[in-house]
Design a protein around this ligand. Structure first.
Ligand code: UDP
Length: 233
């Protein structure tokens, strides 16, 4: 198998089937555009399992994903797609960069889920883009942007109550979409504690990558706890 691409948390390999790739989930953990690096044993496997459960729930709700099947504890088969270079973020509560730029406390509920786009570029540190900037720079057209917004809000509608049911607040998350050779836009990449803020509803404890970003400890334990709870849904 040929290595197509290596990113911060994944490796993508070609397969005998031109329409499919194999994706390896690495144990590495990075933050602040890879300025901070770490890892933990089984991290790839835990994130893969979390993503697999969430993608299966999304598929049940008729949201298409690139997931085909699990190959081993840290590898999946996925549909080959062209990743759209936009990080699509949904926020249910104020946290992270939104809290920071507005000088607000983290935790406040937003009156409706807020969608934001960032240009996927480590070099440029994933700059925020508004809709007009996306069209003018031809990163996506109006139909594609409304498609992305619609899908990400659907995803939020499935995931927010799902996490609520296992005692977790889905504060915000980031997803990436890809285009199939037929031109369809489907959910790609992963959904895991690496790209979502997950807070325990009772204790308020963070159960996501902020534990690593902010040196809170018990990173592995919390990722494993998220998986343990998701296995009950
Ligand atoms: N996020 C991500 N990758 C990025 C930037 C953000 O997965 O490159 C996720 C992050 O984990 C959080 C959400 O997107 O769940 C919103 O992130 P925010 O804009 O608050 O940025 P942060 O301060 O977390 O980098």
């Amino acid at each position: 198998v040929k290595l197509f691409y290596e990113g911060k948390a994944k490796r993508v390999y070609g397969t005998e089937n031109l329409n499919e790739v194999e994706i390896e989930f690495k144990n590495s953990l990075t933050a602040f555009n890879a300025l901070k690096k770490g890892e933990f044993d089984q991290k790839g496997a835990v994130n893969l399992s979390i993503s697999e459960i969430l993608f299966a729930q999304l598929e049940k709700a008729k949201i298409k994903t690139h997931f085909v099947r699990k190959i081993s504890e840290n590898r999946i088969r996925a549909l080959q797609v062209q990743i759209i270079p936009l990080e699509v973020v949904v926020r249910n509560r104020i946290a992270g960069s939104l809290a920071k730029k507005m000088g607000l406390e983290e935790g406040g509920e937003l009156p409706f889920p807020v969608v934001e786009f960032y240009y996927k570029s480590d070099e440029l540190q994933d700059p925020f883009l508004n809709d007009d900037q996306i069209y003018a720079l031809k990163l996506a057209d109006q139909n594609e942007v409304s498609n992305l917004k619609k899908q990400v809000l659907e995803i939020n509608k499935v995931l927010k109550p799902l996490f609520q049911n296992i005692g977790i607040a889905l504060v915000d998350f980031k997803v990436e979409f890809g285009k199939t050779p037929a031109g369809e836009i489907i959910l790609a990449d992963e959904i895991s504690p690496d790209c979502a803020r997950l807070w325990d509803l009772k204790s308020g404890e963070k159960m996501d990558k902020d534990r690593f970003r902010r040196d809170l400890g018990q990173v592995k334990e919390m990722y494993e706890e998220v998986l343990r709870r998701l296995k009950t849904v």
